[in-house]
Ligand binder design. Structure first.
Ligand code: MTE
Length: 325
């Protein structure tokens, strides 16, 4: 990591993690997870307050023009995943995004995705499987058991949200491609298009990659997501297809997936490659294990700024606790 110069702004995550206010200064907008290299590329965006619900409703909704198949939304809600807090307002979640391909400023991503086209979109599933496939995302969706689930999402930066995702269990895809017994991990790869994703012109092991063990991938909670708030995913949330693993820090929930590979060795991942001493492969939510630069004991809900104690495995111990005994 010798090439990464860490500007002072890089340290701001600590402030984000301990304050209850929404930071609106330019400094506070800089790369919270620590992708300080982008700050050297001269693409630092401005920073602004989120627009109100009324104003946001007047903005073009990018998922409406994406060509996504809307017939599957809203999907039937699966009641097995109750929430302990109110849902985050849609316009708040849509304007507070980590999507480093487009911007380091969370409040700017939704405006920076204009030239990104999530359709047509092919998904490749390959590696140690009996039935590899390449399929259009909407064709895949039409053959999968779609449902809505209310999940908390906990970012490693100590903010959180609660949202209704629409998608299908990863397990349903596994059953279709039939992994070989030699498959021990799953590697996910996002898109690579620096011509539309400005962030990819800066430092980073692009494209964004993530990984899970097979046991994690097969867990009931692991969801491949195509929609949110009862409609197709907006671009800033990772259209057309993203992963959601709610017991892990949000950076594991890779957006805009193009490739899913079944492999034998633990795959390299974006953050673990970039800042290995801060972002591990497992990345389970754990209040007792502080980030090297801030505490993880509490979390701030975006929108309301309410603070909650962080829950072990983000409250999903019942589903995944047995994986880590
Ligand atoms: N996926 C890609 N491809 N690029 C990213 O920068 N950021 C991650 C994750 N998935 C990221 C990504 C992080 S750090 C978080 S917290 C969540 O997406 C945020 O998801 P949201 O913007 O839908 O809330």
């Amino acid at each position: 990591m010798a090439n990464i110069i860490l500007p002072s702004a890089w340290r701001i995550a600590e402030r984000e993690a301990t304050s209850e206010s929404v930071y609106v200064t330019r400094r506070a907008c800089l790369g919270l997870l620590g992708l300080g290299g982008l700050a050297l590329t001269g693409i630092l965006p401005g920073c602004s307050m989120p627009v109100s619900e009324e104003e946001f409703a007047k903005e073009p909704r990018n998922w409406e023009f994406s060509g996504a198949d809307r017939t599957v939304y809203p999907a039937k809600r699966n009641p097995a995943f109750p929430l302990d807090r109110p849902l985050t307002a849609e316009h708040i979640a849509a304007q507070y995004n980590n999507f480093y391909e487009f911007s380091e400023a969370k409040d700017d991503v939704w405006r920076r995705v204009a030239r990104y086209k999530p359709r047509p979109w092919q998904i490749e599933v390959k590696g140690l499987v009996r039935k590899p496939m390449q399929i259009d995302v909407d064709d895949l969706l039409r053959t999968m058991p779609i449902e809505e689930r209310l999940y908390r999402l906990r970012c490693v930066e100590a903010w959180a949200m609660a949202v209704p995702w629409t998608g299908f269990p990863f397990k349903a895809l596994l059953d279709r491609v039939e992994p070989l017994s030699t498959a021990r991990y799953v590697r996910f790869t996002s898109f690579h298009k620096p011509s539309v994703a400005m962030g990819q012109r800066g430092y980073g092991p692009w494209p964004y990659t993530e990984g899970l063990t097979m046991a994690e991938a097969m867990n009931e909670l692991t969801l491949l997501v195509t929609g949110i708030y009862g409609h197709p995913l907006p671009k800033q949330h990772g259209a057309p297809l993203r992963l959601v693993t709610p017991w892990k820090y949000g950076f594991k929930s890779i957006k805009s997936i193009t490739r899913i590979e079944f492999v034998h060795e633990p795959p390299a991942t974006f953050w673990n490659t970039l800042v290995p001493h801060e972002y591990g492969f497992q990345a389970n939510v754990n209040p007792a294990v502080p980030h090297p630069r801030w505490s993880q004991r509490t979390e701030r809900m975006i929108g309301t700024n309410e603070r909650h104690p962080t829950l072990f495995l983000n409250g999903y111990k019942r589903w995944v606790g047995h994986l880590y005994t």
